[in-house]
Design a binder for this molecule. Sequence first.
Ligand SMILES: NC(=O)c1ccc[n+]([C@@H]2O[C@H](COP(=O)([O-])OP(=O)(O)OC[C@H]3O[C@@H](n4cnc5c(N)ncnc54)[C@H](OP(=O)(O)O)[C@@H]3O)[C@@H](O)[C@H]2O)c1
Length: 308
Amino acid sequence: MTKYVISGASGSLGRKITEQLLEKIPAENLSVSTRTPSSLDALSQGGVAVHAADYNDPVALERAYAGSDVLMLISSLAVTKRVPEHRNAINAAKRAGIKHIVYTSTAGIHPQNPTLSASDHIVTEDDLRRCGIGYTIMRNACYAEVFPTVAAQPVLRSGEWVQVEGNGKLAPISKNDIARTAVACMLDPARHDGAVYEVTGPDLVSFRDIAAMASEVYGVPIRYVPVSIDQRYALLDAMGVPRQYAEGMDGHPDAHLWCSEEMVTADIAFQAGYHGILTHHVEFITGQKPRSLREVFELCKGKDYNDC
Ligand SMILES: NC(=O)c1ccc[n+]([C@@H]2O[C@H](COP(=O)([O-])OP(=O)(O)OC[C@H]3O[C@@H](n4cnc5c(N)ncnc54)[C@H](OP(=O)(O)O)[C@@H]3O)[C@@H](O)[C@H]2O)c1
C-alpha cells in the first residue's frame, strides 16, 4: 500500500490537496507536515499523522517523511532564502526512503525571468533533476483567486487598475484545479515521473482583460492605468511597502509578505511575456478542464482570498 506525505499541508494549497487526496486514500496512508501542527488538529483527529517539521530542520523533516513513498513538496514562502530549505527537504526525502517527489514550481521558468521567486524555483528544479529519485514538477500559473480578491480590493476603492506597462498575457488557474492536478500526479507517479508540467488555466488574458472582467463582475467602472517601472515603485513606496525583504517584515516570521521588489519584478516578467504559456496539461493529467478566470471571479466575488 503506497503511503503519502504532504509537506506544507497547513497552507491554502496544501489544505486543498489534503482534502482531495483523502477522497481517494484512507487517512492511515497519509502523513502531513507543518511548523504549526495545532493548525491541523482536525486532520489528526481524523487519523492522519501530523508531524512538526520546519524546512530548516533536516532531522525533523526526515522524521516527518519516514515511512512514506510519495512526497508532495509545497514550496516554502521564504523567497530568496528557500533554496537551502527545499534542498533540506529533498535530502531528507532521500534519507527517509521517499521514491517520488511532486514539487510546486512556478510558471515563467526562464534564466532571464527577473522575478525574485522564479530564481529560487530554477535552482530547486535542478536539484530535483539531480536528486536520484523520481520527481514531477508542477509549474503553477498565477492563482486565479488572487485577482477577484487581493488584487481587486484596492482597485474597487480607487477605480483604477494600475499595472506596469506592457502587453504580456497569463493563464491564471484556480487552486482547486492545481490541487486536482497534484493529487493525480501523486496517485500515479510512474506515469508522471520526470515530467515538467505547465499547469495553466484555460485562457490567456492580459491585465487589461482582467481589469475589464473585474469591472463587469463587480459592476463598477475600472480604468486600466499602465505606468512605468519607476512610477510603480513610487506608488508602492508611497503606500509604505518596503522595497526588499527584511526579517520580521509584516510581523511574519518568514518576512515573506510582498516587498515591492518582488511585486514589480513579477509585473515586469508578466508584461515581458514570460507567463504567456497556455497548455492542456491539467486536462491531460486529470481528464477534466480547469475553471476559467471568469468562473473564478464569479465564485470569489466579494469573498476573502482565504475563503475561495
Ligand atoms: N502561483 C501563484 O500564484 C502562487 C500564489 C501564492 C503562493 N504561491 C506559492 O505556492 C506555494 C504554496 O502556496 P500556498 O498558497 O499554499 O501558501 P500558504 O497558504 O501561505 O502556505 C504555505 C505553506 O508553506 C509552509 N511553510 C512555509 N515555510 C515553511 C518552512 N520554513 N518550513 C515548513 N513549512 C513551511 C506553511 O506551513 P506552516 O506555516 O504551517 O509551517 C504553509 O503550509 C508557496 O511557495 C507560494 O509562494 C504561488
